[in-house]
Design a protein around this ligand. Sequence first.
Ligand SMILES: [Zn+2]
Length: 467
Amino acid sequence: MRTPRLLASAAALTALAACGGDGAVGGGPGGPGAGDPYFPEAGNGGYDVGHYDLKLDYDPGTGRLTGLATITARATRDLSAFNLDLKGLDVEKVAVGGREARSHRAGQELTVRPADALDAGETFRVTVRYSGRPVTVTDPDASEEGWLRTADGAVGLGQPTGSMAWFPGSHHPSDKAAYDLAVTVPEGLGAVSIGELRGERTRAGRTTFTWHAAEPVSSHVVTVAVGRWETDRSRTGDGLPVYTAVDPQQADASREVLARIPEIMDWARKNFGPYPFSSTGAIVDRAGDAGYALETQNRPYFPGAPDTVLLVHELTHQWFGNSVSPKTWRDMWLNEGFATYAEWLWQEDHGGDSAQQTFDALYDGTYYPDEAANDAVWSFPPADPPDAAHISASPVYQRGAMVLHQIRRAVGDDAFRALLRGWAAAHRHGNADTADFTAYVEKSAPDEDFTEIWRTWLHGEGRPRRS
Ligand SMILES: [Zn+2]
């Protein structure tokens, strides 16, 4: 499936070059992907995005979205053309530096050829005016993301590639950027997003909500959730703003668990170090509005009221997954193994099973009521998912957490907690892969030999022998 689409993109670039006519363009095209082993067309080559400004207008009645995306980026080499990722929707106008640019679409690739070629190091601004009914994307693992219509609105969920269904961009975690979003919806509805709410203004029956996220965001954890919301603003004990938005039908079921956000944040800061972002919170939609919870930045998204452990999981992702982001989708265990281990630590610290007991139950095949689910933990090594359909499968979560537990056993509790904090600090607001992690662990505990843990737990097939 992927190769033919790549060929289509190459053909599109050739077509653009052939119809260019003005000859003297510097550099070549930027390329349609960021080099991901599982999603080769995700992200793009030749530039680095610094900021997205998204002006969106959505009507839940018709399902129609109109958008104006202004993307500020820096060319990392001379470029005659570059790509943006955009799935579905109609592109009405593309301009670079205020001058209309030629564009061409093939699959999810929007190729832009600026009137003037871009020089390496040059900062440029591309604007894309677009509209249409955003699509729901079915992932290789059959889950649904992209733009999901909900009972009273819609929600954009993007892991791993769904954000390209509602705005053009460089949709790969290796290209993080700051965001400003202004989302206009019919009066009476709300639009909740990442970062902090900066303003809310109603005119002629339409309300615009403006959101600002200053810290780097990977596009897969950007969201807009449109619907009827009960919102609440508070602060944690040390002053961090908390903003929650809850579907009125979920308000009673959510109240108690969301009231624990300050306590969970305190616990997480003790374990993982300073919080990387300037606000926290949660979005709770109705069960059935989406198939899974997602760690959307600043405030995770839940279809239905979460339990405490799920809330701990998604808030932990703000450190592991959102601040320390994977270099590619192969590194997903660095998100999910950590967030899963946070569940184990939370339970251990709050009168539940110890992490060792959880580890033992998984190891012995008694963790799940279902034998197939217990066996699935051993279906592949966490650092090497076999394909794109398995980046969110159980070994990435459970066996990823078991890797961390093996490290904890090797170095001891105090050194392990220091290691978690140190890892979050070392790659704060950056990207990391498995090799970065193993190198970090080895440097942190130079007297230990981790060779066997890496060989068996991280990269080995099947269930390792008990050590
Ligand atoms: Zn997770």
